[in-house]
Design a protein around this ligand. Structure first.
Ligand SMILES: CC(C)(COP(=O)(O)OP(=O)(O)OC[C@H]1O[C@@H](n2cnc3c(N)ncnc32)[C@H](O)[C@@H]1OP(=O)(O)O)[C@@H](O)C(=O)NCCC(=O)NCCS
Length: 275
């Protein structure tokens, strides 16, 4: 509990960032696999995150992902935990769907319709066990509730102090991602329901990553260039065989087209069956 006033929770503003960055590094610097984590934390926090100030300095921060944030992943962005949090009836379907749980679970969580996602909490070591994280959690949850969110979702090291805190606040464990952190710890994703499960928006969007689009472009260039070079070479060496070659190529292109490999990756809707 915080006894020594004044300790206040306030919305994150850009001028807090230098202090938050130092805190973030002190709390997570050795843990994160992701080089862009700090910049992302800042992007997320602007307007949505909270800090706790005491002794005229920032002693804790709690980031909240903006609902419309989009990130660059290694693969399709899948939103499993959104489904689990807001569509409990879909648990069995998710379990049997073979959807790959991306290790950056907090990233795909943000696609849950109607959910707020708290991403990171860090407290100055000299201020721990004095209620700062609790204050941050309560501020973010209250804010989400006022904003009409149907669920609040967080992730943390399984079995850690923050899991204890979130469970005390009524969160349920939704999903665990083994060996998520650099130290080999498992990540737990916990959810607190704030409203009714959604009765609409029964879908999630899968976004292609820039990597996927780049791979597609490269394929097009290599395939197109290869075909043109082959036709050119055959036409030059055996003019009589050129039309047969062109026919063969046209058949090949038609066949490849029908398999969908020329299609540029675009957003896909994943429909969630349920009552
Ligand atoms: C986890 C962390 C955010 C907790 O911050 P904190 O301000 O010390 O937490 P609080 O004082 O608000 O604790 C609230 C409750 O959470 C639980 N809790 C907090 N830290 C705990 C710990 N180390 N072990 C067990 N329970 C703990 C307790 O139930 C506590 O209530 P109590 O003090 O009345 O027993 C802080 O230790 C930290 O920054 N750790 C490094 C970064 C990190 O792991 N962040 C969480 C992952 S996103």
């Amino acid at each position: 509990m915080i006894e020594d006033a004044p300790v206040v929770a306030e919305r994150f503003r850009d001028e807090h960032w230098p202090e938050v960055e130092a805190l973030y590094l002190a709390c997570f610097g050795h843990q994160t696999r992701d080089a862009g984590a700090l910049a992302r934390c800042q992007r997320e926090m602007t307007g949505a995150g909270w800090v706790v100030r005491a002794d005229a300095r920032v002693v804790g921060f709690g980031s909240v992902a903006k609902p419309d944030t989009r990130y660059d992943f290694a693969d399709w962005q899948v939103v499993e935990a959104v489904v689990l949090a807001l569509h409990p009836e879909a648990r069995a379907w998710v379990a049997s769907s073979g959807i790959r749980a991306h290790t950056t679970a907090t990233d795909w969580l943000r696609y849950l319709p109607g959910a707020r996602v708290g991403t990171a909490v860090g407290v100055d070591p000299s201020w721990r066990r004095r209620g700062v994280a609790r204050l941050l959690a309560e501020a973010r949850i209250e804010d989400a509730r006022r904003g009409g969110a149907r669920a609040f979702i967080v992730s943390c090291i399984q079995g850690s102090g923050s899991e204890v805190l979130y469970r005390e606040l009524g969160f349920d464990m939704l999903v665990t991602v083994p060996d998520h952190y650099l130290g080999g710890e498992d990540m737990g994703v916990l959810g607190l329901r704030l409203g009714e499960p959604c009765d609409r928006d029964r879908y999630v969007w899968l976004q292609p990553t820039p990597r996927m689009v780049r791979a597609w472009r490269l394929r097009m260039v290599v395939q197109g260039g290869g075909l043109a070079a082959t036709c050119g070479a055959v036409g030059a060496a055996w003019p009589a065989a050129f039309w047969w070659m062109a026919l063969l190529v046209a058949w090949g292109v038609g066949f490849t087209w029908s398999t969908g490999s020329f299609r540029k990756p675009g957003p896909r809707e994943l429909v969630i069956p349920g009552s």
